[in-house]
Design a binder for this molecule. Structure first.
Ligand code: SF4
Length: 457
């Protein structure tokens, strides 16, 4: 039995992407619903959960290092519960228990909705541990049919006006550098009705902007739902969500260039709530490397797609992901990536140095590059991207931009920040009662990746 007078405190830390952030919020919400209190510091917590991304080796290593360091808390307070959730838990399973002796829970990506029950069981067992159960642990990384429908966006402290909504889980694309298909499983999509109902409820709570999330968001529903009038399930979903009264802005991330078909390009032109921003991962500008990555498009197809998108929505911002130093990437391959970057003039990009992920095909490929070459290419590309990002921002100086005010600026809490429809951060002075509102800001200055201005009435 659970002792009702004990109100456990939990701490949850996320390593990784927006999907992980959203999953953590879902877990936090269900723990609070079970009577737990959230704390901001692990030393105050009775339950410490790390939700981990496994896509980048860095996040993986950081999370392992962090959990290792928490061993000192385990020594001082043996009844504290420690758990790994998410992609890394999924990928490594029970082997984590051997690496980290104080670990109690290993819960995979299809089991977020069960975390509260497992935590409760662990708290109960550890706090009131029976003598015949000296070492307790729960590992659950099984697949679960229908788990995509448990993905509900239930933010604890929602930003007043923006929300993320997961529309699908998993990925069948099998890029050779990526562990997601293994950690998140096969593609599974929620129904349009379910998603529309969720967005409607969020709008009812004051949300004005929704970002639809999926690993390959534009391929939403391709296994479950039919095309209608030549429109993919994803475009049908965009239309249905776009029709919700009170929703002002609609975003989605991240699409795959494959499957970004003419119906979606046309939707950019015809659906006014879709914002002027597309994040379209390029990964490489070399066809040879794209093939080795199992990205089934060419640089030319990518460039043609960018041209179509820009024609459909003039002024649209384009951002991307690029990996440098993939196995076998020659100087010539890298130059081809540079050329695509020069040609597109991205508004921003995430550049990653390739890092070996065990259990991915690329980890076993010959011609792994040394770190120095990767670092040089990374720095070089970063300079190129920073220059185009700066140019894109400077173009906005002297114009008015519509922003959705999200709250205090992270760097200076005396000021507020918001995002333009093109997803650029603008910092300005205004009253707090403008948080959650949409209004124009006169852009006066661009500095690095932020814009500065004054609300224009
Ligand atoms: S599309 Fe490729 S990179 Fe993206 S999640 Fe799927 S396998 Fe990973």
């Amino acid at each position: 039995m659970y002792r009702s007078r004990f109100m456990p405190k939990f701490f949850i830390k996320t390593y990784g992407c927006q999907m992980n952030e959203r999953d953590s919020e879902q877990v936090a919400h269900s723990l609070i619903a079970h009577g737990y209190e959230r704390v901001g510091c692990e030393s105050d917590a009775d339950v410490i959960l790390l939700n981990t991304c496994s896509v980048r080796d860095m996040a993986d290593q950081k999370a392992l290092g962090k959990m290792g360091m928490l061993g000192r808390i385990a020594k001082e307070r043996p009844d504290v519960v420690f758990g790994f959730l998410g992609c890394m838990a999924q990928a490594r399973g029970a082997s984590l228990l051997k690496e980290i002796p104080h670990l109690d829970l290993v819960i995979g990506t299809q089991k977020f909705h069960r975390v509260a029950d497992y935590v409760q069981e662990a708290v109960e067992k550890k706090r009131y541990r029976r003598m015949d159960d000296p070492r307790f642990s729960i590992v659950d990384v099984e697949e679960e049919l229908g788990s995509q429908s448990t993905i509900r966006d239930q933010p604890l402290a929602p930003k007043p006006a923006t929300a993320f909504v997961s529309i699908m889980q998993g990925c069948n694309m099998h890029c050779t550098f990526c562990i997601v298909p293994r950690t998140r499983g096969a593609e599974r999509s929620r129904t349009i009705d379910e998603i529309v109902a969720e967005v409607r409820a969020l709008v009812g709570q004051g949300v004005k902007e929704v970002t639809l999330l999926g690993q390959i968001v534009n391929l939403y529903g391709r296994h479950e739902f039919e095309k209608r009038d030549g429109k993919s399930p994803f475009v049908q979903l965009l239309e249905a969500v776009g029709a919700i009264d009170g929703l002002e802005r609609l975003r989605f991330t991240s699409p795959h260039p494959v499957g970004f078909r003419d119906d979606l390009v046309a939707a950019l032109a015809s659906l006014p709530k879709l914002t002027e921003h597309v994040h379209l991962p390029l990964q490489s500008g070399s066809d040879q490397i794209l093939k080795a990555m199992h990205r089934t498009y060419t640089a030319e197809k990518y460039l043609n797609l960018i041209a179509k998108i820009r024609t459909a929505r003039p002024g649209i911002a384009i951002t991307t992901d690029i990996i440098v130093g993939f196995p076998g990437e020659t100087d010539v391959d890298y130059q081809l990536t540079r050329e695509v970057v020069e040609e597109v003039q991205f508004d921003n990009a995430f550049i990653f140095r390739y890092s070996r992920r065990s259990e991915t095909p690329a980890a076993e490929m010959p011609d792994q590059l040394n770190e120095l070459v990767k670092e040089q290419r990374n720095q070089d590309l970063l300079e190129l991207i920073n220059a185009s990002a700066r140019r894109a921002n400077e173009k906005l100086v002297g114009t008015k931009a519509e922003i959705l005010c999200e709250g205090p600026s992270k760097t200076n809490t005396a000021r507020l920040m918001g995002r333009t429809r093109t997803n650029k951060v603008v910092v300005f002075e205004a009253n707090e009662d403008q948080i959650g509102q949409i209004f124009d800001v006169a852009i006066e200055r661009a500095n690095g990746f932020s814009l500065y201005g004054t609300p224009a009435n």
